[in-house]
Design a protein around this ligand. Structure first.
Ligand code: HEM
Length: 520
């Protein structure tokens, strides 16, 4: 009896949804709305999504390319999780700049990511976001950048990365460059943002470090899939019963929390011992001070009234910055090294530039800057990104976005559009970034949203300094011979994980040889 009742209710709801959908589709007010490829009246784009989930970024690129204004609409089963996605610079400009106030992170993103990033800057909206942005901005001042270059980068390069690669070159064994860069970036961010020594690089085989990296990978992968798919009753049930992916996520978060707390405790201990070092306070110290204010002026502190809530926010700060610093530059550099190996002409040009600047100052290395920028055009570390509309809106091409819908852009698709980059859009051509005088020529961030655009754009200077310094130091000292997962050829790029970043599956294994005078 109960089952028959449930089935009839379900059929009734489905019939109503189909009726409403058909009416809306026929309504003249829909004119100008983006095309929706392969919709199924009940399942929306779910079947296509499942079929293409292993090539999500390329699937979206195909659809966006084919759409007249490079903007599409898609939705999940029974109309759930409606999303407009654009690869049109005017659309990106609208979402991230012109109508910034109308697009925020939204409840669905926060729900999907809450265990991992909590109230950290990447999931925050409104005042909670702007207060964190202001505190974080000190970390990107020119003084902080100088300190980063001189005290952190130089030390981690000279005492960790280069000796490690030297040893690999000496032994003749292939080394996983992606993993080495990841550990390097992780130790870097812990040092510069939290003032804490982390030695995942030096203690390579330590199972605790391995467990931490695995936990981050698991948590990022599950949270990313949850952001793309609507929360179903099945997901709620697995959470309630603590089984399946919910259990895996919970366990991973446990490992991450322990690490974040150990960072906070180490910082507290060093503050108790007055061991702050000279110069500006680091990012974590600034957040701790903001949480500590008891004179009524601390707006951020007031948002987190209990000691537990304050500590929880500090945990979210640590996790957010580890996520920002650990995978982004690693991904960009890994693809950069692979692309150089696949394009010997460009590699030679980088070496020419290196030999013309023997003092090692990377600031003036325009070709290197262009080559890194070009690598991120083809393989952006954040390939797909989105917001949620607060109120109904219309994009510049006439696409309607209703309140509560996702409004996304794909930096990956945009980097591969002939319309934006010409016939050679799929080729690696750093020269496209250089003017006739050899100077680097930037393009508008709405056309190249690799670092986002508008008020929430990444302060990319630190990332560039790190990437250029590492690239220059490694290329100056070694020749790289890519061994696996594929040979270096533009026709057979390595496969990458579908987890929000572009991590190469299986790593990037290279043989290193120390360069000699005759190689110069
Ligand atoms: C190649 C390297 C990097 C790329 C491609 C990159 C890209 C991005 C993107 C796309 C966003 C926007 C995220 C969003 O709001 O949806 C972002 C924001 C941000 N990035 Fe980066 N990033 C890189 C490196 C870094 C590094 C090394 C740091 C430093 C620790 C960093 C710190 C941040 C912060 C704090 C934000 C948040 C800005 C805000 O919401 O106001 N990023 N980044």
């Amino acid at each position: 009896m109960e089952i028959a009742y449930l089935v009839s209710v379900l059929l009734f709801i489905t019939a109503v949804i189909l009726y409403v959908r058909r009416r809306r589709a026929a309504s003249p007010s829909r004119a100008g709305t983006a095309s929706c490829p392969h919709p199924n009246p009940v399942l929306g784009n779910t079947l296509e999504f499942v079929r293409n989930r292993g090539r999500f970024f390329d699937w979206y690129t195909d659809m966006l390319r084919a759409a007249p204004s490079n903007t599409i609409e898609a939705w999940g089963a029974l109309g759930a999780s409606h999303a407009v996605t654009t690869a049109d610079p005017a659309g990106v400009d609208h979402l991230l700049r012109a109508s910034f106030a109308n697009y925020n992170r939204g409840a669905q993103f926060r729900a999907a990511q809450s265990e991992l990033i909590g109230d950290g800057i990447f999931g925050a909206d409104g005042r909670l976001w702007s207060l964190q942005r202001k505190l974080a901005s000190y970390a990107f001042s020119s003084r902080s950048l100088r300190r980063f270059t001189e005290d952190v980068l130089a030390v981690h390069l000279g005492r960790r990365l280069l000796p490690f690669l030297d040893a690999a070159a000496g032994s003749g064994e292939a080394v996983d460059l992606q993993e080495a860069l990841r550990r390097f970036a992780f130790d870097n961010i812990c040092h510069v943002a939290f003032g804490v020594e982390s030695s995942t690089f030096l203690e390579w085989g330590d199972p605790q470090h391995q467990a931490l990296f695995k936990a981050f990978d698991t948590a990022v992968a599950i949270s990313f899939m949850r952001t793309l798919t609507p929360s179903t009753p099945v997901r709620k049930l697995t959470k309630l019963l603590n089984i399946g992916k919910s259990r895996q996520l919970g366990e991973a978060i446990g490992v991450i929390d322990d690490h974040a707390m150990s960072v906070i405790e180490a910082k507290e201990a060093s503050q108790r011992n007055n061991n702050q070092g000279e110069g500006d306070p680091d990012l974590l110290s600034r957040f701790m001070a903001a949480m500590d204010e008891e004179d009524g002026g601390g707006e951020l502190a007031a948002m987190f009234p209990t000691p537990e809530a304050k500590r929880r926010l500090l945990r979210d700060v640590v996790v957010s910055f580890v996520l920002a610093g650990k995978d982004s530059t690693t991904s960009a550099l890994t693809w950069f090294f692979w692309l150089l190996a696949a394009n010997p002409r460009c590699e030679r040009r980088v070496h020419d530039e290196l030999s013309q600047s023997p003092d090692g100052d990377v600031k003036g290395m325009r070709y290197l800057h262009a080559a890194l920028t070009e690598a991120m055009r083809l393989y952006p570390p954040v390939p797909f990104n989105g917001r949620v509309a607060v109120a109904d809106d219309v994009l510049p091409d006439g696409t309607k976005v209703r309140a509560g819908w996702f409004a996304n852009y794909s930096a990956y698709a945009m980097g591969r559009m002939e319309k934006l980059w010409g016939e050679n859009s799929l080729e690696f051509v750093p020269e496209r970034w250089l003017g006739d005088d050899g100077e680097f020529v930037a393009v508008d961030a709405a056309r190249y949203p690799v670092f986002h655009a508008g008020p929430r754009a990444c302060r990319k200077e630190m990332a560039y300094v790190q990437m250029k310094t590492v690239a220059a130091a490694v290329l100056r000292r070694f020749s790289l011979d890519v061994q696996a997962p594929t040979t270096a050829s533009m026709q057979s790029p390595p496969a990458y994980e579908m987890t929000g970043g572009m991590k190469i599956i299986g790593g990037l294994h290279v043989h290193l040889k120390i360069r000699t005078e005759s190689d110069q």
